[in-house]
Write a protein that binds this ligand. Structure first.
Ligand code: SAH
Length: 398
């Protein structure tokens, strides 16, 4: 599947080292096909400059040495073709038709192999895949999460109803084929929904979660928790963010939109104290466990809307030296940014997965007296069009 092409594209540019994927068009995830990896990086730099270059200078983008098979979270949907053969893969872009995929250039190879094996087991165990249109059938999705540094592997089997026939034998057979699996979870999703996971879960084997390490700290990852999908680049991103924060050990640090507490926990060793705020309750639970596991005692996590939380901090005239903020694609809010400015931090480190909302928020902060001191792109998602960046803001000198 990974043939190397030596062709030229329509603009006459060499596309050597561009691997071929048989479903590139139907899948639509890889917008970088036809370009070399270097050309993709330059394209991302251009977008970042166009959107945010007016606010300050960017350092060279950090790309990957080997930009393949980086995804530590892999999903496959199961169904049937016209001849009632079981298929697994991804949804065709913009539809609910399944494109069969056995291996993807972006996904962890071990995960893809496990998915193919599960497809074989469904046949031998006579387990029928679920049909979205009719609601018949049982087996809906497989979600696999892998720990890059630990090698741990979690397999989540998503069923439409709670009973997996011959459950114990199925688990035994899967472990025999893949002894590298460290935990297997059964998730029940009986709803007519495009969400992959349902609410109910039982652990069939192992601990029910995996762990991974980033910059010397260990993190617990459960089926639903948010964890960056490219661990190699995440370390570069966090390293850059922490370098920009320039901590001396005396600072009070706010980690806003903190997820499972990764940035704050890694920064905690060079700060006096860290306050983390996050809306998702499962993530906050994981963050607190992560603090305990890593024996970090100078960090507190709050389950709250980041805007509401920082507004209260500003009202109470709390003292904050450095703020990390890592909002979702929609960016931050005026409520958050207004209070952020009121707190007068010495440094704001803004981690963004969307240059468009980053530009909007940088413009707003500039009007309020914070300017971009420097920034850097980190390619978290090679072959896709997603762009990640980190920016340092400091108070404008008057
Ligand atoms: N910094 C973390 C998570 C970044 S993803 C990491 O690097 O892993 C963005 C996070 O913002 C998600 O965990 C999401 O649940 C959270 N979030 C979204 N809206 C929020 C809000 N209004 N208040 C607080 N957190 C929010």
């Amino acid at each position: 599947m990974e043939k190397v092409s030596q062709k030229k594209n329509s603009e006459g540019q060499k596309v050597s080292n561009t691997p071929q994927c048989p479903v590139v068009k139907k899948c639509g995830g890889c917008k970088g096909f036809g370009l070399s990896y270097n050309q993709q990086l330059q394209k991302k730099v251009k977008v970042l400059e166009e959107q945010c270059g007016q606010f300050g200078k960017f350092e060279p983008i950090a790309g990957m040495k080997n930009p393949y098979h980086y995804r530590n979270k892999v999903h496959a949907v199961f169904g049937e073709d016209r001849r009632h053969n079981i298929i697994s893969g991804i949804y065709e872009e913009g539809t609910h038709r399944i494109v069969p995929v056995d291996s993807c250039l972006l996904e962890d190879k071990r995960a893809d192999e496990i998915i193919v094996s599960i497809r074989g087991l469904l046949k031998s165990f006579k387990i029928r895949p679920y049909h979205e249109d009719t609601g018949y059938g049982l087996f809906r999705h497989v979600l696999i999460r892998t720990g890059y540094a630990t090698g741990q592997i979690m397999v989540v089997l998503v069923l439409a109803s709670p009973i997996l026939p011959s459950k114990n034998n199925f688990v035994k057979a899967l472990l025999k084929l893949h002894p590298e699996i460290t935990t297997i979870v059964l998730n029940v999703n009986s709803k007519d929904t495009s969400m992959i996971l349902g609410e109910k879960e039982t652990v069939l084997y192992g601990k029910g979660y995996i762990e991974d390490t980033l910059l010397g700290k260990t993190f617990r990852i459960s089926s639903r928790s948010f964890y960056q999908v490219n661990p190699v680049q995440t370390e570069k991103l966090y390293q850059k963010a922490i370098a920009y924060a320039d901590l001396s050990g005396k600072e009070t640090v706010l980690d806003a939109y903190c997820g499972t507490g990764t940035i704050g926990l890694i920064a905690s060793g060079s700060a006096k104290e860290v306050i983390g705020v996050e809306l998702n309750s499962a993530a906050v639970k994981d963050a607190r466990i992560n603090a305990k596991q890593n024996r970090v005692s100078n960090i507190m996590f709050y389950e709250k809307d980041a805007g509401e939380f920082i507004r209260q901090m500003a009202e109470q005239q709390a003292s904050v030296d450095v703020v990390f903020m890592d909002p979702p694609r929609a960016g931050s809010t005026e409520v958050f940014l207004d209070s952020l400015v009121t707190l007068k931090p010495k440094r704001i480190v803004y981690v963004s997965c969307n240059p468009e909302t980053l530009a909007r928020d940088l413009r707003y902060l500039k009007r309020k007296g914070y300017r971009m001191a420097k920034g850097a792109g980190v390619d978290m998602f090679p072959w896709t069009s997603s762009i990640e960046a980190v920016v340092l803001l400091t108070p404008q000198k008057r």
